[in-house]
Structure formats: C-alpha cells, structure tokens
Ligand binder design. Structure first.
Ligand SMILES: Cc1cc2nc3c(=O)[nH]c(=O)nc-3n(C[C@H](O)[C@H](O)[C@H](O)COP(=O)(O)O)c2cc1C
Ligand code: SF4
Ligand code: SF4
Length: 259
C-alpha cells in the first residue's frame, strides 16, 4: 500500500496552508509518498472526515492565535485517529511569539494517539498588522523549511519515538476574552461575494456582504482578499493591537525546528 502524507491545515489568510503544503510535499518527496490536502478553513471542509491508512503521516499546520492553537481546530482534531502514526506539527505565527501553541498542538495530537516526531514554528506576515513580518516567509525561510522536511522524513522513515518535550508551559497561556468584533464594509464594496466565500465562520451575508453575524475571529481573510479594499477593522481595539505589534514586534525572529 502506498504511503500518504496528509496535510491538514486551518488557514484563513493562506500562509499556514502554503507552508503546510510545502512541508508535506518535501516529506512526500523523501518518503516517495503522495500528498492529500485537508483544508479545515471553511465550514464545509471541517465536515470532511480525514481517513488515515496504515503507514500514513500527518502534517498539521495552523496559525498561532493568542499564543495558542485556534479553538476552531479543536473539534476537528478530536475526530482524528492516530493509532501510533507519525505526526509533524507546524505553527505559523506573525513574528510576535508562538508561546504555548506548539506544546498544545503536540499534546492534542498525542491525545489522539499520534507519535509527534517533529515540530516547527515558522514566521509569516502578521495578518492583523501586515507591516510586521512583511514578505515572510522569504527565500531563506523556505530553504529552512525544506531542510526541516528532509530531516522530518528521516525521523518518520526511522520510526523515531515521540519528541520528549516541546517548548511551552502547562497550563497554557490564558486566552484573553475577545471583545465582540465585526469588520466594517466601505462604500467601495461591489458585492462581489469574495469575502462571504472566504470567511471561516460563514458569517458574511453573500447577498449583502455588509451584514456580518456574530463570532468574528478577526482572522482578516475578508480584509486581505477583498479586491476593493472595502473590508476593514476600524475599532479601537484592533487599532491598538496593530500599533503595538508595529512598535514592538519588528525584530526578525527565525524559524525554529524540533526533532
Ligand atoms: C486572532 C489572531 C491572533 C493572533 N495571535 C498571534 C500570536 O499570538 N503571535 C503571533 O506571532 N502572531 C499571531 N497572529 C498572527 C498569525 O498567527 C499570522 O498572521 C499567521 O500567519 C496567520 O496564518 P494564516 O495566513 O494561515 O491565516 C494572530 C492573528 C490573529 C488573527
Ligand atoms: S470582497 Fe470586498 S467588494 Fe467583494 S463583497 Fe466583500 S467587501 Fe464587497
Ligand atoms: S468576518 Fe471575521 S471571521 Fe469572517 S473572514 Fe472576516 S475577519 Fe474572518
């Protein structure tokens, strides 16, 4: 039976998707395996079961939110059956820090019966403050990710044991209660529907995209991909976070890999 590398990801602004797929492709090349993507970003994708065969490998890529794994991923992770299969964790973050996200993801996968053989924390443009980590991942980041894929493939091929520990602390960083949020829609909106189709929660009305329901994640997919630049966060909290990130998180951080 041929081996499959399953690339599972949640990725509203597509950085985690890009890096999880590159990692999965690098692994698959070395292991002479195929790649199967599982996109958990949209509600329909989160309904699709992930069925793993004997000898298959899991890559889990996600954006760090508040130093943690996005809560939306937890119910999906709980449907996975590890049965001792190897897993590789990839946390993608916006140059502030990943805090306890790697540890949490490793714990969650171990609880599902996976053997977490490798983990990485890599940097991408901050979706809330695009002036932070602008242009990341760059060529150097991608070269390092490729090297990590090769070393992770070796770990899989050698049937290595689970990593003894990942950085982070128990109890995990407390999630600060998020104030209700909603992006505003400017008059330049053409009602093209792009944002409605890309919202991970499906809370943007497809007929009148200025109508946004409750529970917004502030993921910024609607802001980033609106062709008119018509979706925007104008609330004080978002502005304060953006200013703080721009002032405090400009020093370049480097990818970290654990094997
Ligand atoms: C609600 C929220 C919380 C975030 N928290 C962090 C964080 O704790 N540390 C960090 O460095 N970046 C943080 N980010 C930035 C994202 O991790 C980063 O932009 C990531 O590349 C987004 O991934 P995506 O392109 O797959 O959506 C946060 C972004 C959002 C929307
Ligand atoms: S993507 Fe932009 S222009 Fe299109 S419906 Fe949404 S807000 Fe309007
Ligand atoms: S409405 Fe909120 S959750 Fe939906 S795409 Fe926009 S920022 Fe993300």
């Amino acid at each position: 039976m041929s081996r499959i590398v399953h690339a599972v990801y949640f990725s509203p602004t597509h950085s985690s998707k890009r890096m999880a797929l590159l990692l999965a492709q690098g692994l698959a090349r070395k292991l002479q395996a195929g790649v199967l993507p599982h996109d958990w970003t949209l509600p329909a994708g989160r309904q699709e079961p992930v069925s793993l065969g004997a000898g298959d490998v899991l890559v889990f890529g996600f954006p760090v939110y508040g130093g943690r794994v996005p809560e939306l991923c937890l119910p999906c992770l709980q449907t996975l059956e590890g049965a001792g299969r190897p897993a590789i964790v990839l946390a993608v973050y916006g140059n502030r820090h990943y805090d306890d996200a790697l540890l949490e993801a490793g714990d969650l996968l171990a609880a599902q019966g996976f053997t977490v053989v490798a983990a990485g924390a890599v940097i991408a443009e901050h979706c809330i403050a695009p002036a932070v980590a602008t242009g990341r991942p760059d060529a150097r980041d991608l070269e390092l990710l490729d090297g990590f894929a090769a070393r992770a493939a070796e770990a899989v091929a050698q049937g290595r044991d689970a990593l003894p520990r990942l950085p982070g602390a128990h109890p995990y960083k407390r999630l600060s209660p998020s104030a209700p949020a909603k992006p505003a829609t400017l008059a330049s909106c053409t009602r093209c529907g792009t944002c409605a189709g890309l919202c991970p929660l499906g809370i943007i009305d497809s007929v009148d995209p200025s109508l946004v329901g409750e529970g917004c994640l502030r993921c910024c997919a609607c802001v980033k991909f609106c062709p008119q630049g018509a979706k925007t966060f104008q609330d004080e909290r978002q502005e304060a976070i953006r200013s703080w990130l721009e002032a405090s998180c400009q020093k370049r951080r480097e990818p970290e890999f654990f094997l």
